[in-house]
Ligand binder design. Structure first.
Ligand SMILES: Cc1cc2nc3c(=O)[nH]c(=O)nc-3n(C[C@H](O)[C@H](O)[C@H](O)COP(=O)(O)O)c2cc1C
Length: 186
């Protein structure tokens, strides 16, 4: 016997990131909130994002074979939620943010977000309700004031953590130890 309750097959997993996926659709930038996102590979650097075909963003990713991942900070929580409620199909989301472009053509990114990844689609996997796009990360843009010793610092970036199930947004908490160190035998 243990103290587990079986919840059945679910998508519950903690923590979820909260990002804004940027694409160009019909010549206009659009941004969609996504939590089903994760790093997929280091060589080449790649990231996965699961998108329902009904999303306007899906059309942009399929047509351009590219997208951006923009990491908002906690101050952008309201606007991020807005982009997760309203579709670019009937709501113009172009005026919400200052937009910039990097190495890839047609990949809009958000200046206010402290971290931005430019991605080129290298795999498309139709899983069921969602299609997973694996994007090779072609460039990483980070705000200089969010770096510590040249490396992006989670506290300064202040990303939004999404708690699925209870549908809450959270901030990052305290550091509890150094990775590859506190578990080390030496
Ligand atoms: C916190 C949060 C996370 C979300 N994560 C995803 C996701 O990972 N994949 C997805 O297809 N939709 C996700 N959505 C829903 C889309 O963001 C939403 O349908 C949005 O309006 C789509 O915008 P678009 O039609 O302009 O692409 C999420 C919404 C919220 C609020």
């Amino acid at each position: 016997m243990n103290n587990k309750t079986q919840l059945g097959p679910s998508t519950i997993m903690f923590p979820y990131p909260t990002v804004l996926v940027g694409t160009m659709i019909n010549g206009k930038p659009n941004f969609m909130t996504a939590s089903w996102v994760g790093i997929a590979c280091s060589t080449p650097p790649a990231i996965s994002v699961a998108i329902r075909p009904e999303r306007y963003t899906y059309k942009g990713v399929v047509e351009n074979q590219s997208f951006s991942i923009n990491v908002p900070n906690s101050k952008l929580a309201k606007l991020t939620d807005f982009c997760g409620i309203y579709s670019g199909r009937d709501n113009d989301k172009t005026k919400l943010f200052r937009i910039f472009y990097g190495k890839l053509n047609n990949v809009p990114m958000i200046e206010e977000c402290p971290l931005n990844l430019e991605c080129k689609v290298i795999h498309t996997i139709e899983v069921g309700s969602h299609t997973v796009f694996i994007g090779e990360i072609m460039e990483t843009h980070a705000n200089e004031d969010c770096l510590t010793n040249g490396k992006p610092d989670i506290k300064k970036i202040d990303p939004i953590i999404y708690a699925t199930g209870t549908r809450q947004y959270h901030k990052v908490g305290e550091e509890i130890g150094r990775a590859y160190k506190i578990g080390s035998k030496d």
